[in-house]
Design a protein around this ligand. Structure first.
Ligand code: G1P
Length: 300
């Protein structure tokens, strides 16, 4: 196990999924590039990583994901056009995404599950603790979840995952944990994990949301993890092995998140995320909220 105080600088973002729930929008465009107000969803996730001090970002991509690389790279032609026009505001918006972090890419090849995607990051990450951020979950920048998770790892070592209480009828959509309280409110020690259990078999109403701070011991475990739910290599199953055998890579703790989370993984949640974020924007919010009030009262 590496020391729990090693500074964490690496973020891994799995982005190889096909995004079939958003067809036909995702036929030729990666789902990560769908706009949430005026920024692609993936940019919020990279910004969250950077705000938490993770300046080295590895995206695990697949076929048809070139636009992701282009988005986080320079676009000299567009920059020059905007510079010639003297449009500094738009120029800075274009430059924002290419100046964010040091970006790296690895291709997953066969999409064999989240655990497999994380394993593709092993050569880049090496023997350091690292953070995995799933692109479907947006965490409001005002609720610094990763910073809290980092503090928990400093105290307990091992791995730390983000959890959220969900209604029992939704638990089958998530990984679920069995956990015991610790001395700190909203920090739990995890004894078991199961991927997407039927409600009647779920050990709790605590769902895994897409933020994981992982000890590098997880790679060795993933190499030996057999395909699980859906025939895929599940990160949840590898964490179950770590939780059951802390001598492999330290304990597994959970931080119960009570802040603002926006799910962009399915269409209705994606629409909610856009409306909520648009309402809160200083530039668009006031006018949009007025319109929305009128729309709801007069037209619905
Ligand atoms: C993945 C994980 C699951 C977790 C979820 C959070 O599932 O396997 O444990 O609860 O992300 O969004 P997915 O939604 O990718 O099927």
């Amino acid at each position: 196990m590496t020391t729990s105080r090693a500074r964490i600088t690496k973020a891994v973002i799995p982005a190889a999924g096909l995004g079939t729930r958003f067809l036909p929008a995702t036929k030729a465009t990666p789902k990560e590039m769908l706009p949430v107000v005026d920024k692609p969803a993936i940019q919020y996730v990279v910004e969250e990583a950077v705000t938490a001090g993770l300046s080295d970002v590895l995206m695990v991509t697949g076929r048809n994901k070139r636009p992701l690389e282009d988005h986080f790279d320079r676009n000299y032609e567009l920059e020059q056009v905007l510079r010639d026009k003297g449009d500094e505001t738009k120029l800075s918006r274009v430059e924002e995404s290419s100046d964010l972090a040091t970006m790296h890419y690895v291709r997953q090849g066969d999409p064999r599950g989240l655990g497999h995607a994380v394993l593709c990051a092993a050569p880049h990450v090496g023997d350091e603790p690292f953070v995995v951020l799933l692109g479907d979950d947006l965490i409001d920048p005002r609720d610094p979840l990763l910073t809290h998770m980092t503090r928990v790892r400093e105290e307990h070592g091992g791995s730390v995952i983000a959890l959220m209480e969900v209604p029992q009828e939704s638990i089958h959509l998530y990984g679920c944990v069995a956990a015991a309280p610790t001395e700190e409110t909203d920090v739990v020690r995890i004894s078991g994990l199961v991927e997407k259990p039927p409600a009647e078999e779920a050990p709790s109403n605590l769902a895994i949301i897409g933020r994981y701070l992982l000890d590098p011991a997880v790679f060795e475990v993933l190499r030996k993890t057999e395909p699980g739910r859906g025939g895929e290599i599940q990160l949840t199953d590898a964490l179950q092995t770590l939780a059951a055998e802390p001598s492999l890579g330290g304990p597994v703790h959970g931080v119960v998140f009570r802040g603002r989370r926006y799910d962009t993984g399915d269409r209705a949640d994606y629409l909610r995320a856009i409306v909520r974020l648009a309402c809160e924007r200083e530039d668009l919010g006031p006018e949009f909220r007025d319109w929305l009030r009128g729309f709801v009262t007069e037209e619905m």
